[in-house]
Design a protein around this ligand. Structure first.
Ligand SMILES: C[S@@+](CC[C@H](N)C(=O)[O-])C[C@H]1O[C@@H](n2cnc3c(N)ncnc32)[C@H](O)[C@@H]1O
Length: 188
């Protein structure tokens, strides 16, 4: 699967680094989006619960560059342990990223941790399915579907660079997906 057109459209944002902190590709899967940034020479942490996903990212990098790219690092982590109360079990606590991108993954208890782990002046890029999506296919579980206006409300105290909610053409059985997207900048 190709990287998101959203990322490509807003790639210039990644050129204004407030620090040398890397970008987190949270629940990276095959790493399609993080790999796009690594190829543009941005440092990326690929994070996923599945070792097989991280191995796939490593293999893609090795086949393209002949070795693991120095801009890429890997973090095998269960982000859902963050719902446990003890502070030290919050996976993003004490971490710092110039941007966090989340594509096609939703675990609401992580929202506040994501906001905190982005440096001041950094970005969140979020895109996933909405409650309108089940008519087109999976996921259908409401825990994995954004409510109407949910992302915009979550980032109401940040600068909204881009916001979209609607139906897009897609490569699935129905040819359509209902998604929400947001790119928001944390106040400096
Ligand atoms: C639908 S895929 C999206 C992958 C990628 N973000 C993309 O858009 O291509 C969801 C990913 O979330 C990961 N994931 C699911 N639960 C997770 C958890 N508790 N902690 C970390 N990653 C998780 C899965 O392993 C999978 O790679």
């Amino acid at each position: 699967m190709n990287h998101s057109p959203l990322l490509e459209k807003f790639i210039a944002l990644f050129d204004e680094p407030e620090s040398q902190a890397p970008v987190l590709d949270l629940a990276c899967g095959s790493g399609r989006n993080g790999l796009y940034l690594v190829n543009q020479k941005f440092p990326v942490v690929f994070a996923d619960i599945k070792e097989s996903a991280l191995e796939q990212v490593k293999s893609t990098l090795t086949s393209k560059h002949g070795e693991l790219h120095s801009s890429a690092s890997f973090w095998q982590i269960d982000f859902e342990q963050g719902s446990v109360k003890e502070k030290h079990e919050h996976p993003l606590a004490a971490k710092s990223f110039s941007a966090i991108m989340v594509f096609r993954y939703l675990h609401r208890p992580l929202f506040e941790e994501i906001k905190q782990a982005v440096i001041n002046g950094g970005y969140v890029v979020y895109e996933t399915f909405t409650v309108e999506h089940p008519q087109f296919g999976r996921p259908k579980n409401p825990n994995f579907l954004l409510k109407q206006g949910e992302l915009a409300e979550l980032f109401a105290d940040w600068e909204i660079i881009h916001s979209f909610e609607g139906v897009i053409d897609a490569n699935n059985d129905s040819g359509r997906q209902a998604i929400a997207q947001i790119i928001a900048r944390k106040p400096k």
